[in-house]
Ligand binder design. Sequence first.
Ligand code: SAM
Length: 335
Amino acid sequence: MLHRYEDELEYWRGFLGSLQEGTASPRDLEKYQAFTNPDFELNSELAAELPLTKNEAELKVLDVGCGPISLLGNRCAERRLAITGVDPLADQYKAMLKGLGVTPSFELRRGFGEDLDRDFPHDHFDFVYSCNALDHSQTPHAAIRAMIRVAKPGAAIWVNVNRNEGINASYNGLHSWNFETLVDTIVLWNPAESHLFEEITEGLPFRWQVKDVETEKTFPQQIDIVIYKDAVDLSKMTRCEPGIYSALTGRGRFLTLWAPSDLDERYNFFVHGLSKDGSIVFNKSLRWYNKLRRRSTAIPTDRGIALLRFGQFDVDFEAGRPIYDNRWTGSLRIS
Ligand SMILES: C[S@@+](CC[C@H](N)C(=O)[O-])C[C@H]1O[C@@H](n2cnc3c(N)ncnc32)[C@H](O)[C@@H]1O
């Protein structure tokens, strides 16, 4: 394992040298500007995920697998971000930076993503971030769980990884995992084991989505996943037959369905978004897995949806065309 870290250190030694000499690419000089500028603005797409109703002048932010330079800006308009960066190689990075006469503009601490929930209080950070690091970790699913635990309720957890990094790098160095998006989920896998995203976060209060990022991608294959830690209070959910609870979660961006007892898994769910005049402007179907008990699905916010209607349905193809049979329906009004 140590030689794998040695490769990582070797890479950063060369890269930091190129930043100092100004020979790195203009994009890298811009991206790693914290190397010379301790006061730069957080990228607007990340800024949009900071808490909305926060009056405090300083937000606590965690960067997991931060490397020697956090990519997070430490300012967002009037608010300052107190960034804590955690990396197994923090001590070596600090020594490298010192050798170059550079003081990190954030708190750089030695640690593993997997141990965050032991090293920090739970419900502590206003924003938790990780870029291009969990696909270098030993157990990314444990790191994701720990990231959720140390985030405050309501906070966003942003995970950037490269698609199928293990395969791309022939499982060399620290690259022992693949993240892959499937139709309605994400899977973390390597030849020995696999974990569906729902299983990783099972039992935790969360909704998540794969972000369509507009900022130029660092790697064409990158996946950005945002998890919202917004606990759903069952007593505030809307109940409908047959024992399904529903709520709008993730700042109104998700419909979350929860069933305390088993449903018939052979029937899928449909979700329709209706405009004020009753026309269907959004249509999605979901598989239901009893072992997960809960499904969340992203709801578009730009289509004027006034009402969500959902239920389990059956399709009969025998008549030569699909005949839909809704077993039951529930609805949720969007204010
Ligand atoms: C490619 S670097 C990315 C650094 C930085 N986030 C960036 O995008 O420039 C990957 C980092 O992940 C760190 N890492 C490896 N295993 C880790 C783990 N289990 N938990 C947290 N970080 C880890 C490595 O030490 C390395 O600094």
